[in-house]
Write a protein that binds this ligand. Structure first.
Ligand code: DP6
Length: 330
């Protein structure tokens, strides 16, 4: 049964995504246009499911995340839903009930899957039909990485250059079934991170001496990432993804005050993954604005990667996923 109906209610699910060539920095804060393009993979086992229901009697939107009211998130969500209200030509408020099946705000891409699911559900609740590109543009204004969770598999986000952000959207690069990589996430801390991506980016841009080099180095990394994915060249993708991740963190570490997203276990996991690869196991790591390490491996290598990461002191839990589909109505 589809829950999108004429009564102004819809439910959508979107998978989390992780960037292999990362988004870090903004060209336009108001339109949330990234300073750099990025390349990501969308996961199927970590997702957000969001219900949007029109609430004609309410004067403001309402958001409940994992059963708790989140008034602190209301302004961002209202601003994103406003874009769709404007397209639909209506002013009705909405009730949003959202659930993540993974820890929220701990560097596990909850804003990516969250805004992608929100946009997909709100679009249907308002009776709109957007193209995937339009969805991606709206989701970007909620959270940059959410523009990518509109699509499944391997995805590229274009930074764009139009002043209105109209060419700043994601599009699919390769379907998940064409190269079924797997992901093992080593959770090394629970709870929300200290400095979110948004303020981390602003701080890096304004105070890191390496920020300009980070931005300048992105086009060749994007070209290398794109070529590696098109050729299904694991070694080439591992090389560019680890290099790009460490450059992002180098820029963040050099900010003032510094942004140290890693803990000791993150670093031990990084070494463990590199040792595995040196021993012939097809695996590489990436780390976002939090202490969790994401290991990406070829099918068949997952059991060994799990065994190795589980043995690293400080690893609290492992999550595993294959690649998944884009945001869809339920
Ligand atoms: C380190 O998409 O969370 O995960 O656009 O401000 O909401 P906002 O930022 P967000 O940043 C993600 C940063 C990252 C790298 C990435 O996903 O590309």
């Amino acid at each position: 049964m589809t829950t999108s109906d004429r009564h102004g209610r819809a439910v959508a699910r979107a998978g989390a995504n992780f960037a292999l060539v990362k988004y870090w920095g903004k060209a336009d804060e108001r339109l949330n246009v990234p300073a750099v393009g990025s390349i990501s993979i969308t996961l199927d086992a970590l997702f957000t499911e969001t219900e949007v229901e029109l609430a004609p009697k309410q004067r403001s939107d309402e958001i409940v995340l994992d059963g708790k009211r989140r008034d602190e998130d209301l302004a961002k969500i209202t601003a994103c839903v406003d874009l769709l209200r404007r397209k639909a030509g209506i002013d009705t408020r909405v009730r949003v009930a959202s659930r993540n099946n993974f820890p929220t705000g701990a560097g596990l891409a909850s804003s990516a899957s969250g805004f992608a699911a929100l946009v997909r559900a709100a679009e249907a609740a308002f009776g709109l039909t957007l193209s995937p590109r339009e969805r991606s543009i709206v989701a970007r204004q909620g959270s940059g990485s959410a523009a990518r969770s509109i699509f499944g598999g391997f995805v590229e986000m274009h930074a764009g250059s139009a002043p209105d952000g109209s060419d700043s959207f994601a599009e699919p690069l390769l379907e998940s079934t064409a190269w079924p990589l797997e992901v093992v996430i080593a959770v090394t801390a629970k709870g929300e991170k200290e400095v979110g991506s948004r303020s981390g980016m602003t701080r890096s841009a304004s105070s890191s001496p390496y920020y300009a080099a980070w931005v300048a180095g992105q086009p060749p990394d994007l070209a290398a990432g794109r070529a590696a994915i098109r050729a299904r060249d694991f070694a080439a993708l591992a090389d560019v993804a680890e290099h790009n991740c460490l450059k992002m963190h180098a820029a963040a570490l050099a900010a003032r005050p510094p942004l140290v997203y890693w803990n000791g276990a993150t670093v031990e996991c990084l070494h463990a993954v590199r040792r595995l690869r040196a021993g012939g196991v097809p695996v590489f790591f990436t780390i976002d604005a939090g202490p969790q390490l994401k290991a990406v491996c070829a099918p068949g290598a997952r059991a060994e990667v799990e065994r190795t990461l589980r043995a690293v002191p400080g690893v609290l839990e492992l999550l595993a996923s294959t690649l998944g589909r884009g945001a869809e109505l339920r």
